[in-house]
Design a protein around this ligand. Sequence first.
Ligand code: F6P
Length: 359
Amino acid sequence: MLRIGLLTSGGDCQALNATMRAIVKTVMHNTKQDVEIYGFLDGYQGLIHNRYIQMTPGDFSGLLSQGGTVLGTSRTPFKLLDVPEADGTVKVPAMKRTYKNLKLDCLFVLGGNGSTKTANRLSQEGLHVIALPKTIDNDTWGTDITFGFTSATDVATRCIDDIHTTASSHGRVFVIEIMGHKVGWIPLYAGVAGGADVILIPEIPYDMDNVVKAIDRREENGGRFAIIVCAEGAISKEEAAMKKKDYKKLVAQRVKPSVAYDIAEEIARRTDREVRVAVPGHTQRGGQPDSQDRIFATQCGVEAARGCLEGKYGYMIAKVGGKMCRVPLEDVAGKLKYVDPNCDLVREAKLLGISFGDE
Ligand code: F6P
């Protein structure tokens, strides 16, 4: 008998179901053992509070193209793992108890950075864990790409495309805020794919003088409108120079819902132009996975299932240099993968005339 557990943790994305489908299909196709499948509900919360459903392979059919997660998800902050809950439950021992009671052979964790950190902790506690790199943000260390990234980038690109027609009709400056948490992968890729004039990402602090210069330059070249793509974590040079605690205070004090409004207000003040903001927000995590995500999610699921059938645990599935591989959890946990400000795409975008507000 082989007993496997599945959970999806952190922010959802488009290819979670596709990944679980691939794990289950591969396991079923490649073992003669009977298999029991446990799906934990709402991420680690299901493992903590013993909430799960027993599933059959049939439950995974039709999931390849379905966004979201059939298991539900939640965020369980790492720093709270050892803090007792209201009913006295301490999370790590509770998770171990559920795992042991169900006599699991392997737990598959589909999650981003925080979830992988917790997966590492569980692995260190002796649980057999295999993590799979989920997040639209593409900020997981140890893998070139995460599933969710290309689908979210497509949604963001379509939003930039759509804004072009209204921006051009009205001759307006638009600031479009794109997700990505503390990193700039989606804004960079969607900004280039969508033909932005300015791209502001956390890894390249901007100077508002340079942003305004780029807008003026575009007008001098005959452009009636301008598209500024800003990461939700975009940061000015002054903010980057602030002490961490002062910067956190500033962000907490923002009356407006997001950084795009601050940037738009400043552009309007300095240029006397009509400026508008568009925030596609969680639409970037919604809808169906694109074909690239379906393929990568499937590759991740197959590789994770293969590892489980070999009886090997304690790593995250990754793609490095085009090859699927396994990276030890302790090498990945707690690290973020940032955009290199000198990478090819930034360099090429600059050659194309896109401003990052840094020069
Ligand atoms: O990690 C994915 C992500 O969508 C980030 O890009 C964003 O900062 C965050 O999640 C939003 O989180 P929530 O869904 O909890 O508002």
